[in-house]
Design a protein around this ligand. Sequence first.
Ligand code: ZN
Length: 558
Amino acid sequence: MAIKNKIIVIGLDGATMDIINPLVDSGRLPAFSKIMREGASGKLDSTVLPITPPAWSSFMTGKNPGKHGVYGFFKSKTDSYETEFATGYSIRAKKLWEYFDKDKRIALIDIPLTFPPEEVNGYMISGMPVPSRESIFTFPPELHTELIREAGDYMIDIELRKLTSEHGIDALVHLYAYTEMRMKAIRYLINKKGPFDFTMVVFRGTDFIQHAAFKYLDRSYAEKHRDEVKKYGEIIFQFYEKMDSYLSEIMQLSGEDTTLIIMSDHGAGPLKKFFYINRWLGKEGFLALKRGVTVTRKGLDFRKKSVEGILKKTGLEFFNHFIPTFIRNIHLPYFIPYEKHPSGIVDWKKTKAYANLTWTDGLIKINLKGREPDGSVDEGDYEDVRDKLIERLLSLTDPDTGTDVFDAVYRREEIYQGPYLKEAPDIIALTKNIEYSYRVTLHGEEIFETPENPVPANHRMKGVFMIKGPDIINGVSLENTKIIDIAPVILYLTGHQIPGDMDGRLVTEAIKEETLKRNPPVTVDEETLQIKDDKEVDFNAEDRKQIEESLRNLGYMA
Ligand SMILES: [Zn+2]
């Protein structure tokens, strides 16, 4: 008989074994512990870079970013140095549920990059970037009002703006309410609309609380802030305990015979320093700024400048001859012309490379002629500029420690393959153990900054993967599982063939031998990939502001 598992996937954004293992050992996570005992589990390799949008997109497609086209939170706009949010439209490869037989019923809740919602055989509640509660973010659209009727409310990501550590208790109240709303949605869907063949929910609170509270786990921070740490020192652990109670409830809701998968898109760990990559590129001669132009979010910026300087600047220097020296030397506030977008202050003609000006992920592009709007590097010089820059990055050391800043620096074709490779950044640099976070600010001197009140966590390459079910071996610990491997596992266990162009592999070491013998996995050649254009969601100015603010609070934007 063909294999026909029902599957439920619980995504825990940013969850890490570094937190789970000690909590399991001390008996604080009974549901996690049961799943690890009765199933297969281990660390999970994220994407390069280990950030939410490419990682979840690679999970959904089983493919590397070169085949789906999502490299970061933002994507470059065509013929512009500005950027636009990546959305569900940006994933231009089939998602795993699009391979399902038509009769499979599915329910998908809050998976990042699933806005706008898709028509599926079942239900979908979109995950970020959902622009506002007024937008249609469920399929079918009336599901939203049903949720309000049944569950009271449904808060979306951008309503979590209070979630920075200085908001303390308020932030926690918000986070628990937001998380409980996801749980209410699952209860409602499973109890009233089920059963489903495939259910998935992503809880993003694990990532949010780690970004806000990882510093409390830091010994030196704890020594300096005893009272604060007495109060908040446990909040990450308590949040995992809450997740554990949800896990056991979901196991009961979905039934023992359902295969359960727990996964995260990347890990988390302390952030040590900010690295101002564009300033560094400037210092190294790869990037140049226009003189006397600044950029501000609020409006006009001003500096003090001498009367003489102001007259010079405004083309009226002739009058300096008639003005006494002491007046010429008086310094007055002088309004500096500004540009709305940082790209306006870059001297592109003299710029060879830049890190995208609004992302904080530090993906580097060469200012290539014919591709970039104001390109300066000839195609023939591309490799030379890229080689030089890679060499400089690899030899960069932290002045405080003398150690390397980068673990690895890649040419894009070394890590990405596929039809969307041409949209990838030219250079991808992984900072040492991801302990440095990029800042993309153009002005200023400092290259490194040790944050005083930082976004206190950064991501890590290793996430979490656990699987338990009727066809899964008990108590196996898994090594070398990648985020792209999960889609083939789900397709196999639900009785589907595995598309040959998926980059992930079936994790056979987790599956019972008799299951594999009875149901040998079948790989099929996929029809030639169709390259799709990336469509843009029409976010209005207010929507955009809200999404940007929520990303900024998490430390993802400059
Ligand atoms: Zn994430």
